[in-house]
Design a protein around this ligand. Sequence first.
Ligand code: ZN
Length: 198
Amino acid sequence: MLGCNCSIYGDEASREAIVIDPGDDIPEILARLERRGLKASAIVITHAHIDHIGGAARLKAATGAPVYMNLNDAPLYEHLDVQAGWLGIAPPERTEIDQPLKDGDLLRVGACDLHVIHTPGHTQGSCCLYAAGEKLLFAGDTLFLESIGRTDLPGGDPRQILRSIHQKLLILPGDTRVICGHGSETTIEHEKRHNPFL
Ligand SMILES: [Zn+2]
């Protein structure tokens, strides 16, 4: 309903995959994993808004993969029922967070690494994931095509999100593809030139 982009980052050799932000539509995610012959080895939540984390418990139950999230978002996750209330929907099933996601962590997927970049501002626990080999950034709700994440919800901070983007994302190579948590993808270079919020 909220149009969150879920990403599957898989390694064709080992067939391992990380599923990023399974908000909902778990049967579709499982079907895509199966179609590519991939096995989910981790579920990574960029931040604890319901549209990004709502399907984590169901995907974990179906795959056995552990759930990773930055614990600065634990208070938001505690109140998933309040978030559901804002939207007038039933609160989704909850799961334990199995692994804390921390700035500088490396998540292995077969022979590939995803670097964890803590980018607080949209929420206090917001993280991006960067695959240096492919120049691919999974930006969650921190950076969008010609926009940035909203900061008017609990845990949001408008100065902090700008600091995160300038200091931690715009330093990446200009031709880095940015996969956003909502809407179309973009590149670092395009945002440097055309993002009115920056
Ligand atoms: Zn969000």
